[in-house]
Design a protein around this ligand. Structure first.
Ligand SMILES: [Zn+2]
Length: 287
């Protein structure tokens, strides 16, 4: 399978979910082996921030790359779109610190990328192959990567909340399934957490236009896109976080109540195994 980039640049503008910043981004095609790279063009110095695990500076509630003075917040929905569509190489120029939340999902990114089309490049894709189970856990949260010849995610969420409680979904991940079943699942939050989130400088751009808001007795939005939209969004987030490995991973990922922090912990573990040549847990196919 060949590496891919987008055929032509695309533009998206809007508001950041957590920072509330007004922002415009431009996504540009990139050469083979570039990976996903971010650039803050509002800064004097146009430094490149690699879209990989080594750039992660925060994984609480959202994933931030870069540095305090060169931060790129909430990259997961954009990374999920690249991963889901099997795009290897792209450069994202941003004039603020957080990509537009749009509707809280990856749908618009996916639609725009499909509209301009993708281009196969003259270099093969490499894959991460999991040879032995690798896991991360914290209290009753678990995230396990099992050997598999395709990427599959099985996710369970369980909230002590009358409206959402337990949801489970399992998908084989490929571009068709990603577009149809996952890309449009929106982010969600609990109404009773909004003031706490804002106290912690989060969710400043959040609204019913870009998030499912769960009240004490029901959903505040008019409707859901899927009956189990929340767990589908958690799968979307996980797909984005896993792409910080910079290559597709062939594994069956089983997630129980996982979130960004645990996702990032697993990605770090896998990356460390990749860096350790003598490991017998993972290897790269196509090297
Ligand atoms: Zn999300």
């Amino acid at each position: 399978m060949k590496q891919k980039t987008l055929k032509k640049e695309i533009y998206v503008s809007g508001t950041g979910l957590h920072t509330g910043s007004k922002i415009s981004i431009k996504i540009l095609p990139a050469k083979v082996n570039t990976g996903i790279r971010f650039k803050r063009i509002d800064k004097l110095k146009h430094e490149i921030i690699n879209g990989n695990i080594d750039s992660v500076i925060n994984s609480k509630r959202e994933v931030t790359l870069g540095r305090a003075d060169m931060a790129i917040h909430t990259v997961e929905h954009l990374l999920a779109a690249f991963s889901g569509l099997e795009i290897d190489n792209a450069i994202i120029e941003m004039d603020a610190d957080e990509p537009p939340v749009v509707d809280g999902s990856s749908r618009l990114f996916v639609d725009l990328l499909m509209e301009v089309g993708l281009e196969e490049q003259d270099q093969n894709r490499k894959f991460i192959i999991v040879d032995e189970p690798i896991w991360a856990s914290s209290d009753d949260r678990y995230l396990v990567a099992l050997p598999s010849d395709e990427m599959k995610i099985s996710f369970t969420i369980d909230f002590a909340h009358p409206v959402i409680k337990t949801q489970y979904a399992s998908f084989k991940i490929n571009p068709e399934i990603f577009r149809k079943e996952i890309a449009s699942a929106r982010t969600f939050g609990f109404l009773n957490e909004v003031s706490e989130l804002r106290k912690n400088d989060l969710a400043h751009g959040g609204s019913l236009e870009n998030a499912i808001v769960i009240g004490d007795t029901g959903i505040l939005n008019d409707s859901l896109r899927f009956e189990n939209e929340c767990v589908r969004h958690k799968i979307l987030d996980l797909i984005g976080d896993l792409y910080l490995l910079e290559k597709p991973i062939l594994a069956h990922i089983i997630a129980i109540k996982s979130g960004h922090s645990l996702n990032i912990e697993l990605v770090r573990k896998i990356k460390n195994f990749i860096n350790d040549n003598k490991n017998n847990k993972v290897h790269i196919k196509g090297d």
